[in-house]
Design a protein around this ligand. Structure first.
Ligand code: GLU
Length: 299
């Protein structure tokens, strides 16, 4: 593990590209990553590349290689990353388990997470209508431990203190029901989400012993001293969840810039299409980097 770096200086912009190698990067990624790269450049900042490969069964080495190549072809440069090293490495999430485990232990010791034995099906059935997008359904609270007189205890059989390791059950962060989570998005303006209504108790560690995206990204953004997160607007609710985790762990909350989502001519979000327009495919079709980046229209 690297030595603890000096505390973040507020004046130094640090941004990141955080792709997951579960497929080829598409036009939506290209537009978001280009904005991230431009914002870092305009501010004389540092851009890092983080390989978010935690979901190992879905990640493939060939996609990780393609991701680097496609980003280079687009004209994006980063100064820290899996291929370049840097002071806050490793920059590949599957090599950072120790960081995530420490955060899990902290949350467990503070009593802010609880073990959950519900299956995905249980949660989907209890939630009724699926939540919009790829978002986690609202958790019905089946395993949530009670918090005081008059409240039904949840069905959790073991208290979180009984666990020395997270494996074997899901771990959920207990959200402060009814609390408004507000932040000023640098592109979309003021945002407000209500905990327990817009999103529920969310998973921070999966039963298959994989840290969940929400936890890993918070731990890494803090450890890598990220000052601004540029991502797609499909992740707005995740940002609200992550703000709760930053707060719980006593970590500095970065600024946020959520990019508009790219849609096709029929208005379908690119990430939702069966054949999202991959950068590779567009390149084969003769698109230039400027056209893929959205700087000049494709006639
Ligand atoms: N790896 C995540 C994704 O590709 C990162 C999103 C983010 O936090 O910016 O969706």
């Amino acid at each position: 593990m690297t030595a603890a770096p000096s505390p973040r200086s507020p004046s130094k912009y640090r941004g990141r590209l955080a792709p997951s190698p579960t497929g080829l990067l598409h036009l939506g990624h290209a537009r978001t990553f280009w904005i991230a790269a431009q914002r870092a450049k305009e501010r004389g900042g540092v851009l890092i590349l983080r390989n978010e490969d935690l979901d190992l069964p879905r990640c493939r080495a060939e996609f990780a290689n393609a991701m680097l190549e496609d980003l280079r072809w687009l004209g994006i440069e980063w100064s820290e990353g899996p291929d370049r090293g840097g002071p806050f490495g490793p920059y590949t999430q599957s090599e950072r388990r120790a960081w995530y485990l420490r955060a899990w232990e902290n949350l467990r010791d503070m009593g802010l997470i609880y073990s959950c034995t519900c299956s995905r099906k249980d949660v989907a059935q209890a939630a009724g209508a699926p939540n919009e997008g790829d978002d986690e359904p609202l958790y019905p609270g089946t395993c949530r431990p009670g918090v005081g007189p008059g409240l039904q205890p949840g069905r959790a059989e073991r208290s979180s203190a009984d666990f020395s390791q997270p494996a074997g059950v899901n771990w959920r962060f207990r959200v402060p029901d009814g609390e408004r989570i507000c932040f000023a998005d640098l592109h979309l303006g003021p945002q407000e989400m209500i905990a327990g209504r817009d999103f529920g108790d969310f998973i921070v560690w999966r039963r298959d012993d994989v840290p969940a995206y929400q936890l890993a990204v918070v731990v890494d953004d803090a450890a890598m001293r990220i000052t601004e997160v540029v991502r797609g607007a499909d992740l707005l609710k995740s940002t609200a969840r992550q703000i709760l985790l930053f707060r719980a762990l006593g970590l500095p909350i970065p600024d946020y810039y959520h990019c508009d989502l790219v849609r096709d001519e029929a208005g379908v979000r690119l990430a939702k299409r069966h054949d999202p327009l991959s950068i590779r495919r567009l390149r084969e079709m003769g698109w230039t980097p400027e056209q893929v980046r959205g700087e000049i229209p494709r006639s």
